[in-house]
Design a protein around this ligand. Structure first.
Ligand SMILES: Cc1cc2nc3c(=O)[nH]c(=O)nc-3n(C[C@H](O)[C@H](O)[C@H](O)COP(=O)(O)OP(=O)(O)OC[C@H]3O[C@@H](n4cnc5c(N)ncnc54)[C@H](O)[C@@H]3O)c2cc1C
Ligand code: SF4
Length: 457
């Protein structure tokens, strides 16, 4: 790196706002898959074979009866179609936008062959649910009161799904969330180009309209209340706190301006009134290999970064991001580099100027070893997108009694924890896939189990 500050600044424009006009940014962040018109939806619905053993339904983590909801679209019964979806997945509107359908229902669709393409199930699901959620059409009634009170910790997909199902069954729910808004990562994490407008909050409002659910914001389990308190004050507790911790990963020299945690930046981006007000790098390097790395890489390009490179320590086959996501990054002009482990952050005057990598090799057992070769990439922003952790210690002393598995809460098939009246679901439990749809399913299964338990006790 040059020692001349003037020269460096010419080469390396500082992280700044307004790289693109607000109009250009809005265009770049326009709908990834625009909604279907009624005639497009009809034509697409007619492509379905209404398979008897519907492999698409088997592949759906929330067991939506897909041929049935498509049939209802074909018959012009859009509200009935929405009901079929939402009775299994109350967040069917968000899931229609964020589910990796190419790995779930659409991958399983029998029309997914070399000569054909799968039925566009995600787009049809969005078509069915959008109007119902927008107009808050009530599709579900509450059962008579059971007199039971349940505490739900976390107003993300898992917590809200659990709360809705329990409320439907006649219970009274209090949801505690440490954030200002409900929705969890639907509100603060999902890429902005997947969820335009305020669909995440509209869906929350739709869920709350069932009645019997009170949400208390700015209340953190472990700081403002304890698990013991909740277990004493309520008949049952559901924990859906997601992954509030960040994986420890320190790169030598990282304590400088411009080395940023990707999840925090994504949250700022989702909450920004004007995206052009966000500081954006010019040459951006992303460290990581999952969905978050792809999202921050693509969004940086859309915000005006001229060069974005995602660097992953292992080879392409081991990347957590799917082939589809990798392809999506590449068509958005994001470069992918593999087998490179961060060695040190390079900086000048307290600002990042680049990053040095060790080149690695993956052997037949999948073990990564350094080859002794290194290389450097210029960067004015380095994003760390290396995953989140459950961080059990953040939930306070009384939560330490929860049995863990692989660092997350251990649960049985009904999402019951090792503690007597405590259930858990979503990203914070062991064995899940860390997807919105799986969190919704966990919340639903736990709600059914809690209700059964309370009815028999
Ligand atoms: C950047 C990013 C992009 C993603 N993109 C996708 C995608 O495109 N598609 C997809 O299917 N999945 C995606 N995911 C994964 C998906 O968002 C999660 O699987 C899902 O949100 C998990 O839901 P949850 O309810 O378990 O947790 P969360 O959504 O994390 O919600 C947890 C809630 O608990 C609250 N909380 C945390 N700790 C406490 C506490 N101690 N006390 C009180 N409240 C607490 C939080 O404020 C939050 O509201 C993405 C994840 C990330 C990080
Ligand atoms: S597998 Fe495809 S064709 Fe068959 S029911 Fe599902 S969406 Fe329709």
């Amino acid at each position: 790196m040059s020692n001349s500050k003037d020269e460096t600044n010419k080469r390396r424009p500082a992280k700044r706002t307004g790289r693109l006009s607000e109009e250009q940014i809005e265009k770049n962040f326009s709908d990834m898959h625009p909604p279907l018109t009624p005639s497009q939806a009809y034509i697409e619905a007619c492509r379905c074979y209404f398979c008897f053993d519907a492999p698409c339904t088997t592949a759906c983590p929330t067991d939506i009866d897909i041929p049935e909801f498509i049939k209802r679209i074909q018959c012009g019964n859009r509200k009935g179609s929405a009901r079929k979806i939402l009775e299994q997945n109350i967040m069917g509107g968000m899931c229609a936008r964020v589910c990796p359908t190419e790995e779930l229902c659409e991958e399983a669709c029998v029309r997914n062959t070399h000569e054909d393409k799968p039925v566009a199930i995600g787009l049809l699901q969005r078509y069915a649910t959008d109007d119902v959620i927008e107009a808050k059409v009530p599709l579900f009634d509450r059962k008579p009161s059971t007199g039971k009170k349940i505490a739900v910790v976390g107003a993300g997909p898992a917590g809200l799904s659990c709360a809705h199902r329990l409320a439907m069954l006649g219970n009274e729910i209090t949801v505690f969330d440490r954030s200002e808004k409900s929705g969890g990562l639907n509100e603060y994490g999902i890429a902005a180009y997947k969820v335009l407008g305020d669909i995440a909050q509209k869906e929350v409002e739709y869920i709350l309209d069932i009645g019997g659910i009170e949400i208390k914001h700015g209340v953190q389990l472990g700081a403002d209340l304890t698990l013991d308190q909740l277990r004493n004050d309520f008949d049952a507790v559901f924990i859906g706190v997601g992954l509030p911790g960040v994986n420890p990963f320190e790169i030598p020299g990282e304590a400088v301006d411009g080395v940023v945690d990707a999840v925090h930046y994504i949250a700022d981006l989702r909450q920004a009134v004007r995206k052009s007000d966000l500081p954006v790098g010019d040459k951006v390097v992303v460290i990581g290999g999952g969905m978050t790395a792809i999202d921050i890489g693509v969004q940086s390009r859309k915000l005006g970064a001229s060069e974005v490179t995602i660097v992953y320590r292992r080879d392409q086959a081991n990347m957590k991001a799917s082939e589809y996501e990798q392809h999506f990054a590449q068509i958005n002009d994001v470069k992918l580099r593999f087998c490179s482990s961060p060695k040190q952050i390079l900086s000048e005057d307290g600002r990042v100027t680049g990053i040095e990598f060790d080149v690695t090799e993956i052997d037949a057992d999948g073990k990564s070893t350094k080859t002794g070769k290194t290389y450097r990439l210029e960067a004015d922003v380095v994003f760390k997108a290396i995953g989140q952790t459950f961080a059990a210690e953040q939930l306070g002393d009384s939560a330490r009694e929860l049995s863990l598995e692989g660092g997350r809460i251990a649960v049985d098939e009904e999402r019951k924890t090792s503690l007597d009246n405590v259930w858990a679901g979503g990203d914070c439990v062991a064995g899940g896939d860390d997807l919105t749809v799986c969190a919704v399913q966990d919340g639903k299964l736990a709600a059914r189990s809690i209700h059964r338990y309370l009815q028999s006790s």
